[in-house]
Ligand binder design. Structure first.
Ligand SMILES: Cc1cc2nc3c(=O)[nH]c(=O)nc-3n(C[C@H](O)[C@H](O)[C@H](O)COP(=O)(O)O)c2cc1C
Length: 393
């Protein structure tokens, strides 16, 4: 990303999370209730572990906002970890309690986590040094920052929502959802399923997996509605918006594949069923009767909804354990169990929304520019006016 930059810091059971968000224009109204609601949405979802009952994330804005509007300077955010109280002496930046730290040392890496790879990279013997930062707790800082990007996009008429498309095998055969379907889902339902007829089956499967000490993955679809044509680039490989979106969504912990539009279905069929016809309606507007491309052609938005599906692997920490090795004895043993979710798909959707919002806000500011919201609005309208009269402009 070129205009918007996000840096986060903090460990899962440390004092808290920090975010520094750069590049937002001055004069954006900051609705803190909205940011709080986004954080609450990230905590929601059937199948989460006890940690979500301990935390009630509260964002503290430490810079870049005055009197409820942005200043154009970096925005500083602080979100304390309430669970830190239970980890004093183990996760303090200062002196540690040797006995407590030893008790909580992670010495058998968990398959599917960064434990082994990170231990080898940073040469740490206590794999907690890796686990703590690799944990998806970091995503709380992304969701808070993504909320600022959503506020910017909303001022320009762009909305972003997500829903659970499939959980394990349930729903995997359903087609790519539309904006109307995602909009209609009940955000407070246990799993935020796009197809509410599948929700009961999904809940039952989570209960069964919990009983068996196993875990689940699935797919979440994020849709951005109201996105103007022309964001991204067809001329530079590293500015193609499909590439930037997939990287950002792939960075959500446990996401292992990202699909734009209906790419998987398209790859298995003929071209005539893969692309979207081009039409012009009576009002002289460009119209696409289908949106298989997911709003992106050549790495550039085409004016249709931007549709991104994230495929998430099952949670790596299994109560029943997986084969691993003890770092002290170098003998085989089952991986250690650390309190864990059975599935976190609804939360992954909210995090993916934040990532899509950050990338789209960046692409939008790159396209229209502006240091203040007044300039952004003016430039945005000018772009739209030009597009309305094209090709005669
Ligand atoms: C919202 C959310 C919550 C997660 N909770 C857990 C969890 O409780 N236990 C776990 O083992 N993995 C959990 N994960 C996944 C791990 O963070 C992730 O698999 C791990 O850091 C390794 O990264 P990778 O899967 O992207 O390679 C969660 C992911 C998300 C998005």
């Amino acid at each position: 990303m070129r205009r918007i930059r996000l840096t986060t810091a903090g460990e899962s059971h440390g004092p808290g999370l920090t975010a520094i968000l750069q590049g937002l224009p001055a004069g954006l109204e900051v609705d803190t209730d909205f940011i709080q609601r986004e954080l609450a949405r990230r905590q929601h979802g059937f199948g989460r572990g006890r940690r979500m009952q301990i935390e009630q994330d509260q964002v503290d804005i430490r810079g870049g906002v005055r009197g409820g509007t942005t200043l154009g300077s970096p925005i500083g955010l602080w979100i304390p970890n309430r669970d830190f109280d239970n980890w004093r002496g183990v996760m303090d930046p200062g002196e540690l309690d040797a006995d407590k730290t030893e008790q909580r040392r992670l010495r058998s890496p968990r398959p599917g986590h960064a434990d082994l790879a990170g231990g080898l990279k940073y040469l740490r013997r206590d794999l907690r040094d890796i686990l703590e930062r690799a944990s998806a707790r970091e995503s709380v800082a992304r969701v808070a920052s993504g909320a600022f990007a959503k506020l910017l996009l909303a001022e320009l008429g762009i909305e972003i929502r997500s829903g659970v498309r499939s959980l394990g095998p349930i729903g995997a055969e359903r087609p790519t959802p539309t904006w109307e379907e995602v909009l209609a889902l009940d955000d407070d339902s246990p799993l935020r399923a796009i197809h509410c007829d599948l929700e009961d089956q999904m809940v039952a499967l989570v209960e069964q997996m919990k009983e068996e000490g196993d875990t689940l993955g699935g797919a979440v679809t994020v849709i951005a509605h109201g996105v103007p044509a022309g964001l991204g680039s067809h001329v530079h490989w590293d500015e193609k918006l499909d590439g930037l979106l997939t990287q950002a969504v792939m960075s959500v912990p446990a996401v292992k594949a990202v699909e734009i539009g209906s790419a998987l279905a398209a790859a298995g069929g003929p071209g005539s069923e893969a692309h979207d016809p081009i039409e012009r309606n009576d009002k002289g507007e460009w119209h696409r009767p289908t949106n298989r491309a997911g709003g992106l052609e050549g790495g550039v938005t085409n004016g249709a909804d931007v549709v991104v599906t994230a495929y998430k692997k099952p949670i790596s920490t299994l109560r029943k354990g997986m084969p691993s090795v003890d770092l002290d004895t170098l003998e085989s043993r089952l991986s250690q169990y650390e309190r864990s979710d059975v599935t976190a798909l609804p939360a992954a959707g909210v995090i993916a929304e934040a990532m899509v919002a950050l990338v789209l806000a960046d692409a939008l500011l790159e396209k229209v520019g502006g240091d203040s919201m007044a300039e952004v609005h003016e430039h945005f309208e000018a772009t739209r006016a030009q597009q309305r009269i094209w090709p005669s402009s």
